[in-house]
Design a protein around this ligand. Structure first.
Ligand code: G6P
Ligand code: ZN
Length: 579
């Protein structure tokens, strides 16, 4: 069938299968493949695994087998990705299987590019039935590295476990993939191509998303800051998907200078980088920001554009503080929150800084397990406006994903609002001033996370089992060095909207002074096990707020290492990443 066929072809021209869309659908026999269970955020594996014969096709077909036909037949699905290696080939496979299963239309970002938050925005704006995101987020890309796929449904939110469990179940019994016999779609030109009644629209990945952001923020306020000669801004796109967004938004719309964007071209291997905006992997940006006379504001985003890191000159804003500060300032600095946010939420391991803002502003507050999908129900139910995770995720109910560029614009709005009456030559209120003022008002929650990446799964699992056992034997009042236990548990969450229960979400020891040590295995790695230890301690005394977090937390870190016997179980002397 030619790509420009507008009329449905006659049924007799497709002898293989009934073709309600007027295209031929071929049945590809297949067999179940082990290990297609999705983690915290979709299915992630080495790209070589995804490139094996039917690996991707099986999962996509299993997804269609899991949805009710009314959720996709003749419907619209969005497709986008972070530009990593294999996305182009994968786009073609997904489009053909979608057509083979009776989807009516695919909206795909030009060159297959669309950030995770933009996919969420487009699903909502175009009233699509859902969408696919081709990304392994912050994991490196290229022939030797990772690939991933995630499905979001009609609210723009990652599919809940009830759907992903079904998909997994169907991957274990799959026998056939339905593929439309259509040519590869040219993803380089905007516009609609029809194949029978099925069509593909290649869309600009930026415009719908930018329009939404313009409704959330006061762009002229932000623009007035970015165009000041006494304010220097730098954004590191890490050669990942926000490269496609940074220039149109920060430079073309908001007037930042064009040299304020670094690594602004999305590359299939992220320029050999590890596109995770933290102190370890965004080191180039950190070095620039810590130089004498460095820029006033620095930010970075990850592979698929949903994470963010915010820096002031010589100053790192920890993500747990970032969401608290955005929440505390949202009403005055961001038009979308006029009248005040509805409620606030954080993931369990994220520090309690946000809790204090909720308390002071008298807002609804929720603590959910790690994973953005847990926020969506609360948003849909009108209970939640602003939320965040220690894992560099911050966002709001403008969409149903965390949003890196949103976080940068939120921070720029706060800085702009604080400085809107400052004349040239007057000293500006800086990022670090804003954070320190916040600590002075609310107290400081010192926080750090230690990651031990790619450990042997066996040792890591044994360590968690050991900790669960310890929890079951522990009781309030137990002494842990100089700390007294308030309680210890393995976090369980009951969704207040639909009553669903998520258990075994992280082992936590909470002490009587509010300090916490928490242990989890990451659900986003692609090889081995990543152990995460989260350490937190509250400090009300502002004379101690300038202390380095690693020094302030040293006694608790040592306690966490000894309580967990981490060295014995994993053989690891040192973490791979500290944030
Ligand atoms: C992704 C998810 C987040 C999660 C983070 C870390 O970015 O979207 O919700 O907090 O990964 O998850 P992990 O299971 O690796 O700790
Ligand atoms: Zn991401």
């Amino acid at each position: 069938i030619s790509p420009l066929t507008v009329k449905a072809s006659s049924p007799s021209s497709s002898p293989t299968v009934a073709d309600p869309l007027g295209i031929e659908i071929k049945s590809v026999p297949t067999k179940p493949i082990e290990g297609q269970k999705t983690g915290t955020s979709g299915l992630r594996k080495k790209v070589k695994v995804f490139m094996e014969e039917n690996y991707l096709g099986n999962w996509i077909q299993a997804l269609f087998n899991s949805l009710s036909p009314e959720d996709f037949k003749n419907g619209i699905l969005v497709l986008g990705g972070d530009g990593r290696y294999f996305n182009r080939e994968a786009s073609q496979i997904i489009i053909k299987i979608a057509a083979g299963n009776g989807v009516g239309k695919i909206l795909v970002g030009k060159e297959g590019i669309m950030s995770t938050p933009a996919v969420s925005a487009v699903i909502r704006k175009r009233k699509a039935n859902g969408g696919f995101i081709m990304s392994a987020s912050h994991n490196p890309g290229g022939p030797e590295y990772d690939w991933g796929i995630k499905f979001n449904y009609s609210s723009g939110q990652p599919a809940p476990e009830s759907i992903t469990d079904k998909i997994y179940g169907n991957t274990l019994s799959i026998s056939e993939i339905k593929m439309a016999e259509i040519p590869d779609v040219d993803l380089s030109c905007l516009g609609v191509t029809k194949y029978g009644n099925f069509s593909v629209e290649v869309v600009d990945p930026v415009s719908d998303y930018l329009e939404l952001l313009e409704n959330v923020f006061d762009f002229s306020l932000i623009g007035s800051l970015l165009s000041r000669s006494d304010f220097r801004f730098i954004f590191d796109a890490m050669h990942a998907v926000t490269g496609a967004y940074a220039k149109p938004i920060f430079v073309d719309k908001l007037g930042a200078s064009s040299d304020s964007i670094s690594n602004g071209v999305p590359l299939e291997d992220f320029g050999h980088g590890h596109p995770d905006p933290n102190l370890t992997y965004a080191k180039d940006l950190v070095d620039i920001m810590y130089k004498e006379n460095g820029p006033d504001f620095g930010a970075a985003s990850d592979g698929d554009g949903d994470r963010n890191m915010i820096l002031g000159r010589g100053f790192f804003v920890t993500p747990s503080d970032s969401v608290a500060i955005i929440a505390a300032n949202a009403e005055e600095a961001i038009p979308y929150f006029q009248g005040g946010p509805k409620g606030l939420a954080r993931s369990m391991p994220t520090s309690g800084a946000l809790d204090r803002v909720a308390q002071k502003l008298n807002l609804l507050f929720f603590e959910v397990p790690t994973g953005w999908k847990f926020f969506g129900n609360l948003m849909d139910d009108g209970k939640l406006s602003i939320c965040g995770e220690e894992s560099f995720g911050t966002g709001s109910d403008h969409i149903r994903e965390k949003d890196g560029i949103w976080a940068v614009l939120a921070w720029l709005s706060i800085v702009a609002y604080r400085n809107k009456d400052k004349r040239p030559g007057e000293t500006l209120v800086s990022v670090s001033d804003i954070v320190k003022e916040h600590w002075a008002t609310y107290g400081r929650n010192f926080f750090s996370r230690y990651d031990y990446e790619e450990c042997e799964s066996e040792g890591a699992n044994k360590m968690i089992e050991y900790l669960r056992d310890l929890v079951s034997k522990s009781k309030s009042g137990d002494e842990y060095g100089s700390y007294t236990l308030q309680f210890a548990d393995d976090f369980t969450y009951t969704d207040p909207v639909d009553g669903s229960v998520a258990s075994k979400q992280g082992v936590r020891f909470v002490f009587s002074d509010g300090s916490r040590i928490i242990f989890r295995l990451s659900g986003t790695g692609s090889a081995g096990a990543t152990v995460r230890i989260y350490i937190e301690q509250f400090e009300p005394d502002s004379s101690k707020h300038d202390m380095d977090a690693q020094i302030a937390l040293k006694p608790l870190i040592d306690l966490a290492l000894s309580v967990s016997k981490l060295k014995d179980f994993t053989g690891r002397e040192k973490p791979t990443v500290i944030t």
